[in-house]
Design a protein around this ligand. Structure first.
Ligand code: SAM
Length: 196
């Protein structure tokens, strides 16, 4: 057995909770890899809602989804994930899972990056509509200045979530150089787990 690397482990965690027909959210569509993965997990009876602030990311995600024939059950929004609350209200479906792959679009303008402030606002809107047993996975990139601030803001926020209601995991290799990304996963507890 070898320890799962960070990105494959993020997918394993999501796979373990998502079922066909679920409604899930990609908070940072980027090049569309995660949106595509989520669309395959939920299938045509499910729904994926995805956000990105960059036109280039939206276009690349659209292209990837169309090539994979999964675009019909994905709603792509060219706007900040801080609008997630309003979009989910329109959707009127419980949310099983969400993913935040933070930072900037690889190979693109590094000044367009997620920020601690907006990430926390979006997270705060998503947690209440997550179903019990549902999961949010954040992949945190902290090799750049904004990323370090965002890392600290996210860790402070999730460390204070009630133990009664949420289980919060950090998955991180401690001996790798150059600030490799790490995972924070937030599980909303089922009623029977609340005393765990
Ligand atoms: N999940 C992507 C994939 O599978 O290819 C990678 C995401 S990339 C690391 C981060 C993305 O977050 C960038 O495309 C960037 O434009 C986007 N972003 C930055 N701020 C955002 C915001 N407030 N709301 C939504 N997306 C944002």
């Amino acid at each position: 057995m070898s320890l799962a690397r960070v990105l494959p482990y993020a997918k394993e965690l999501l796979e373990s909770v998502i079922h066909e027909g679920d409604c899930v959210v990609d908070m940072t569509a980027g090049n569309g890899h995660d949106t595509h993965f989520l669309a395959e997990q939920v299938g045509p009876s499910g729904r994926v809602i995805a956000f990105d602030v960059q036109e280039q990311a939206i276009e690349e995600t659209k292209r990837r989804l169309q090539a994979a024939h999964v675009s019909e059950w994905v709603d792509l929004y060219h706007e900040s994930h801080i609008h997630v609350g309003a979009r989910l209200f329109e959707e009127q479906r419980p949310i099983r899972a969400g993913v935040f792959n933070l930072g900037y679009l690889p190979g693109s303008d590094k000044s367009v990056t997620t920020t601690g402030e907006e990430t926390l606002e979006a997270l705060g809107a998503l947690l209440p509509v997550l179903v019990p047993g549902g999961l949010i996975v954040l992949v945190i990139y902290h090799g750049h200045i904004e990323g370090r601030k965002e890392r600290d803001a996210v860790l402070d926020y999730v460390s204070l979530l009630s133990q009664q209601d949420y289980a919060v995991l950090q998955y991180r290799f401690l001996n790798q150089q150059n600030n490799p990304p790490f995972i924070v996963a937030i599980e909303k507890k089922l009623k029977k787990q609340i005393n765990d």
